[in-house]
Design a protein around this ligand. Structure first.
Ligand SMILES: [Ca+2]
Ligand SMILES: [Ca+2]
Length: 187
């Protein structure tokens, strides 16, 4: 049982709500050649489909039809190129895996662009729906697929909600060695 250290000799309240679990990420690693943005600078109201927490309330693209949770991973890019966001959990589950967009542990791919009819405002979003995210090492893969009518390099913005912290970076993708970028952290 959680017992808070109380000043002034007050007794803990009977039936007080248990504290929210603490989700604190460590060893946050952005891909080589990118700059990890860890400090949130409010720029105004939340804008949709940019994978940025514009209003710095700790949630990325809220009010834009994409779910969030204690963990959320969002990728935004423009144009018709296919880019895939894949999460690898500590137990090595992959989301998505083939046609499966959810894992038994509670991770979900909510939007798959451009296939889901994204109108050129592409956002892929993965969120965790529980309150106790699995502990261990997480990897997010950002992989360029077919370019279609878009010319490389493809510029994308990645954002992650890790508990109360949001982080992000700008990344460029080109066919070949530059087609896959990786983000990682530990819980
Ligand atoms: Ca926000
Ligand atoms: Ca936003």
């Amino acid at each position: 049982m959680f017992v808070a250290a109380l000043a002034g000799g007050c007794a803990p309240r009977i039936g007080a709500k248990a504290p929210e679990p603490t989700v604190v990420a460590s060893n946050v690693e952005a891909p080589a050649g990118t700059t990890l943005v860890q400090a949130c600078t409010p720029t105004g109201p939340e804008l949709c489909f940019n994978a940025i927490d514009d209003n710095c309330n700790g949630v990325i693209d809220e009010g834009c039809g994409v779910p969030t949770g204690l963990l959320q991973f969002t990728l935004a890019w423009a144009g018709s190129a296919e880019v895939d966001l894949v999460l690898v959990t500590p137990s090595k589950e992959r989301v998505p895996e083939g046609r499966a967009r959810s894992t038994p542990s509670g991770f979900h791919l909510d939007r798959d662009c451009p296939q889901d009819g994204c109108g050129g405002q592409n956002v892929e979003n993965i969120h965790y729906d529980g309150s106790e995210p699995p502990r261990g090492h997480y990897v997010v893969e950002i992989t360029l697929g077919e370019l279609h009518d878009s010319a490389p390099p493809i510029a994308a913005r990645f954002g992650a909600r890790l508990g109360t912290q949001t982080v992000g970076f700008d990344v460029t993708l080109s066919p070949g060695d530059d087609a896959r970028k990786q983000f990682g952290f530990d819980l």
